[in-house]
Write a protein that binds this ligand. Structure first.
Ligand code: CU
Length: 158
């Protein structure tokens, strides 16, 4: 029974430590969500070979009452991520860069193969991560970070 006071003392010390750490964790949690915007089904498709771009697909749902615009996506380690739109032009699939992707109030917009999508340049095709963190920046400056599932499908050139 002699160890009981010591044990209590340690428990109190541990309690103090976690209390002082709490404030530093809060700003990081705040970055993980943008009010009124839900991001789901985020995937990072790796290129088949080095030198080819990869792609990011995800779904954005705007549950707020005002339009939001996705301005950029950041992936650590990649040269750059561009927002693209695929279009049929005289029977040929082409794509062009877009400055931003509007998500109207109450609407859901999907970044998907053959439509709006994000293309990732300078990415390692041999990345063995199960997930990679991506950061979305909106036109109003808000940012949201989330994990994208890493896929190795080899259909990243659309
Ligand atoms: Cu593209």
């Amino acid at each position: 029974m002699r160890w009981t006071p010591l044990f209590l003392g340690l428990a109190l010390l541990a309690g103090c430590d976690s209390a002082t750490e709490q404030p530093t964790a809060e700003p990081i949690e705040g970055m993980d969500a943008k009010a009124g915007i839900t991001v789901s089904d985020a995937r990072l498709v790796l290129p088949v070979v080095d030198g080819r771009p990869g792609a990011i697909y995800l779904t954005l749902a705007n549950t707020s009452d005002k339009e939001t615009e996705l301005a950029a996506i950041y992936l650590d380690g990649a040269d750059r991520v561009e927002l693209h739109e695929s279009k049929m032009d005289n029977g040929v699939m082409t794509m062009e860069t877009v400055d931003g992707i509007a998500i109207p109030a109450g609407q859901t917009v999907a970044l998907e193969q053959g439509g709006l999508h994000a293309m990732v340049f300078g990415i390692d095709p041999a990345d063995e991560s199960a997930t990679r963190e991506i950061t979305l920046t909106f036109a109003d400056g808000d940012k949201t970070s989330l994990d994208a599932k890493v896929e190795r499908v080899g259909e990243a050139a659309n």
